[in-house]
Structures are given as C-alpha cells and as structure tokens.
Design a protein around this ligand. Structure first.
Ligand code: CA
Length: 229
C-alpha cells in the first residue's frame, strides 16, 4: 500500500492561481485541498490532518497574516505565504508572523512544489534547525544557517564567522576573536581577511533582505550581530 498522501491546504481566492497549484501538487503526489476564504480554511484545519498550508496574503474575509496567527493558535502546521506585492514589508512581516517561507506572484508550479517539499522536510525534523531568533535558524548538525527562512549558501569561513556572531547577539567581537573562532590557522590570516569576509556575508544577507543589515560595524573594535535581528 502506498503511504497516505500528505494533504496541502491552499487558501487562495483567485481560481486560476489555485487551480494551477492544485494540479502541480497532485502531479507531485500530494493531496490538495482548495479553499477561498479564511473561515473555510479554519474549518478544514479543525477537522483534517493538514501537512502544510499555502496561504494567500490578500483574502476576501481576513488578512492572510491574521489568519496565520489564528492557525498558529490552533496547531503547529507549516505555512507558506503567497504575496502579490514584491515589497519587503510583506516578506518581513510575513516571516515575523511565523510563516515558514513565502513566494511572490507570479511563481512557477515547479517553484511551488520545490518550496513545499523543502518546508515539509524542515518541519519533519530532518535538519531540525534551532530558532535562534525570529529571523535566524541554526542547524548545527548540518552546519547550516537560515536567515528569514532562506538557507544561506556560505563558505566554511563565512559559516564559522556567522556562527560565532550568532552565538552571542549584541556582543562585540574583535577581529582577532573572530579570526580565532573562524579560521583554522588564524596566525596566517590578516585583519583585512575578516573585513573581506564580513563584506561577502553582508552581500549574501542583503540578497535576502536588502534593507536589514544585521551585521554591525563597531569602528576600531570589531563586529556584532544586531540583537533584534
Ligand atoms: Ca488574493
């Protein structure tokens, strides 16, 4: 007997978008349920074992963020937000409200199924990443760090550097301390090496959230991770 299919709940009021999603998910072996309002979605969640919710931010009866908050009150189910505007505000607010990922319309069916699989994998405990804060996750076993729900593609030194800063948000680390923590042969590295890696890290973080800049430069002292980031 094949394993029971996981049910994905789609909450979206635009039929063409919803129909495309239902088709894509079914093709990939999921069961897909489609609801057009928050009220109907909550009724489904109260009765059925839902593996993941794909949630449009702009619904006729309730704001998607409020609905997400309501869903979270009831059960622990991963949520992927759909947003029509590419504005940063939507993304940031969405993730602060506990979404696991987001997609900006238009998106391809392939992108949807890839995201759904990735979020399910994460939430099923494979690669259980400890939430360090609202926006940071650190999976120590796999040496992976996620920022605003996006896994970062880091070199070994970038990873070690960020891991060090992440361990104590707000603490100012000198370049020597960072070098000691992140480089295998710190004696051979130069102060400038730390600066260069911070610069690369910043570029990667900016690619996720352009305005946020969570790495703070303390002139003449070193670097810290912004406490509220
Ligand atoms: Ca909508």
């Amino acid at each position: 007997m094949p394993a029971a299919r996981q049910i994905i709940l789609i909450v979206e009021d635009e039929p063409p978008i919803a129909e495309t999603m239902v088709y894509a998910l079914q093709t990939e072996g999921f069961a897909a349920l489609w609801k057009t309002t928050g009220r109907e979605a909550l009724a489904v969640l109260a009765e059925q074992e839902i593996a993941l919710v794909v949630l449009d931010v702009g619904l006729p009866d309730i704001n998607g963020f409020d609905l997400c908050r309501e869903i979270r009150r009831q059960r622990k189910v991963p949520v992927i937000f759909l947003t029509a505007r590419s504005g940063e505000v939507d993304r940031v607010v969405g993730l602060e409200l506990g979404g696991d990922d987001y997609m900006t319309k238009p998106f391809s069916p392939r992108e949807l199924t890839a995201r759904v699989r990735a979020v399910l994998r994460r939430s099923n405990g494979e690669g259980e990443a400890a939430p360090v804060s609202a926006v940071w996750r650190h999976d120590e076993a796999r040496c992976r760090i996620s920022y605003r729900a996006r896994p970062l593609d880091l070199t070994r030194n970038e990873y070690r550097l960020l891991r060090t800063l992440l361990a104590q948000p707000g603490r100012v680390f000198s370049r020597d301390q960072l070098m000691e923590a992140a480089w295998e042969d710190p004696g051979a590295a130069l102060d400038r090496t730390v600066d260069a890696h911070i610069k690369l890290l910043r570029a990667k973080l900016r690619a996720v959230a352009p305005g946020a800049d969570p790495l703070v430069t303390h002139r003449g002292l070193g670097y810290s991770l912004r406490e509220e980031s």
